[in-house]
Design a protein around this ligand. Sequence first.
Ligand code: ZN
Length: 384
Amino acid sequence: MMNQSPDSGVVFILNPVEICLQVFEFVVEFWIWWEMFFFFSSGSWWEMFFFMPRKMGGRGLTSVKDCYWETILDFDDYAHTDVNGCLKLVSERCDYHHSPLNKLFRKAADIRVAISPSFEVKEKQDKLRDSDHKLKIEQGEFDRMCEQETISKKSLQWHNKVHLPAALEMKIFKTRQQICKCRARLKRMNKTKDDTCRYCHAARETTAHLIGGCPALRTNKYIYRHDTLCRFIHHSIAKRRGFKVEKEWWKHKPQAIMTIGQGKSEEKLFWNQLWNTTAKTSARKPDIVWIRHDKILLLEISCPLDRNVIIRYDEKMSKYDELVRELKARYKRPVYTKPIVIGATGMLPLAVDAILDDLEISAWQCQKLVAIETVRLLDTLSLV
Ligand SMILES: [Zn+2]
């Protein structure tokens, strides 16, 4: 505030309230900058996101500092376990303070003393975080399943083979670890009282329910995901065998029946056809039937919840037994059922991996397609 003095020109009169406000503003601003400085200089935030293993939702980058420390410790270990003891002898005969070898030994000792965030400790921290993560019933479910003998290691590796935008990959991890914004989770966080599914109003709205168990979403969302995978597989087979198809799979519109060759080399590809059987059976419509001169393959495709892949595989294996008998008698050649079951976020049974290898279809691509469609499903519902 500025006033004109009657006798001596300009004087400043400071209002006490204004002074207090100015001081308060300064303190708040200082506090914010102070917090920001510590936040960015602490290292914990970037270590969390950049150096955490990818399967746990981090970026899986290699820390240069860890590599540097690891090299020094490796050399230190080597020098002290050297059978001839030459390096140790050199270090003992040299000046302790100035020889490079001794400096390196001292550096190694410092690293071992200075715990965090050395690579050894980081490794331990990763293991602890991993075991803690697996102990959480829902969030560690995928990782625990991957340890089973019937599950392919590709379940955890596929995202390293395909290139996805970081944001999309993060959403896939969140879905896999069941941490989307479903009502059951919001209720646990005391953000809502009702955890009933907003679509079917018949069950608890968990991530698993939304991505694979909601009857209200089955008719459109799940079928679309299933059909996308079917189209990809149909296109892959047709293209490889020389059927006339589009170059890109996403432009592919499968025809009901496709034929190539004549006589003994004739091959037929049936898409979603209802087959007549003499015996009464409800399972007469496999997704793809591939009739070759030497055998017939029934391909049945499914994208259930990750936890249900093995059960679904076994179901599909025996589902078409009656149809298999009929086709065997009709075409006089062996008929095989080949279930292609891929979990909603990429869980791959070993048996399915072998089938895809046999058909020369990329398992990575199949896993990627299913996972992207699952995330898209939650994305359109604004839940991830
Ligand atoms: Zn529901």
